[in-house]
Design a binder for this molecule. Structure first.
Ligand code: ZN
Length: 55
């Protein structure tokens, strides 16, 4: 089981590596294009794509 700390660290790592979308609309469009999910990032305030379903 993951702790909140682990999840935060993973998200931060993802934030630095991943492409950032400024708007939800853009992230949504790309997530459909790549058949992925998107989530709002609490670190940068933007959106990122993820292959795993957000909780
Ligand atoms: Zn981010």
């Amino acid at each position: 089981m993951k702790t909140n700390e682990d999840i935060t660290r993973e998200n931060w790592k993802g934030c630095k590596k991943k492409k950032r979308y400024k708007t939800e609309e853009e992230a949504k469009r790309k997530s459909k294009e790549y058949q992925m999910y998107y989530y709002k990032c609490k670190f940068c305030g933007g959106f990122h794509l993820t292959s795993s379903k957000p909780k």
